[in-house]
Design a protein around this ligand. Structure first.
Ligand code: CTP
Ligand code: MG
Length: 225
């Protein structure tokens, strides 16, 4: 089996959360969100190589957390994030030289990714070159354009999650392009160089904690576990 890597993105400041510290460091049931996220991947593969792309002002904070939670750090490397998510990913990818490996790119703000989703993504990417987790939309949707709104068929749309997994050779090549503001995730970056995106099943609890409301949901979810 190829070597597996995961890049955990923690380069943002969580402006929409409006908290004192970036949201990935807020504690949920006694441990920071990023610790919960990390543990999901370590549980999947004890030998996975972990790269954390962290905001430059919070590297010390992160290292203190590792000590406090006794986290085995021999497989963990830390890089500074950039001004955009794109740059934070790129800084992480720069550490990976093994072009045959598979890399997952995961938002630290998604601590509820399931083992099954991680497995789905890494295994499919190893065979097909990439795997992007997604879920269906439960709500009705309307499209607004030029002040006119119209109904759309929600079955034609999916909600996209992380970890988005890739063959290292392909995703490194995709990240050689210039940044474009449409790059809100990594699948979009890969698609732009002409690769076909492979969707796999994600899990509904795999929310991206973004707003104070999401934190309430997160507290309920962690309690349930
Ligand atoms: N991220 C990153 N580097 C950036 C921006 C975001 O690594 N320059 C990471 C965040 O830390 C987060 C993930 O990308 O884990 C998803 O981004 P988002 O939810 O938008 O987090 P923030 O950008 O921190 O939040 P906000 O947009 O509310 O400021
Ligand atoms: Mg953001």
């Amino acid at each position: 089996m190829q070597q597996q890597y995961v890049i955990i993105l923690a380069g943002g400041t969580g402006s929409r959360m409006k908290s004192d510290i970036p949201k990935q460091f807020i504690e949920l049931q006694g441990a920071p969100i990023i610790i919960h996220s990390l543990k999901r991947f370590i549980n999947y593969n004890l030998n996975i190589q972990i790269i954390i792309s962290v905001h430059k002002n919070y590297k010390n904070h992160l290292e203190n957390i590792f000590q406090k939670f006794n986290l085995e750090t021999k497989n963990i490397q830390i890089v500074f994030g950039g001004d955009t998510r794109f740059q934070s990913v790129k800084n992480g990818l720069n550490l990976i030289q093994d072009l045959d490996a598979v890399v997952g790119i995961h938002d630290s703000a998604r601590p509820f990714v399931s083992l099954k989703t991680i497995q789905n993504c890494f295994e499919t990417a190893a065979i097909k070159g990439n795997a992007i987790p997604c879920i269906s939309i439960n709500e009705s949707l309307r499209k607004i354009s030029n002040n006119i709104n119209s109904s759309i068929n929600r079955n034609e749309y999916k909600i996209i999650q992380t970890p988005q997994c890739f063959l290292v050779s392909k995703i490194k090549k995709a990240f050689e392009q210039e940044y474009n503001f449409v790059f809100t995730d990594d699948a979009t970056v890969l698609e732009t160089i002409g690769e076909k995106i492979v969707l796999v099943e994600g899990n509904e609890e795999n929310i991206k904690i973004t707003s104070p409301h999401d934190l309430l949901i997160a507290k309920a979810l962690i309690h349930e576990e």
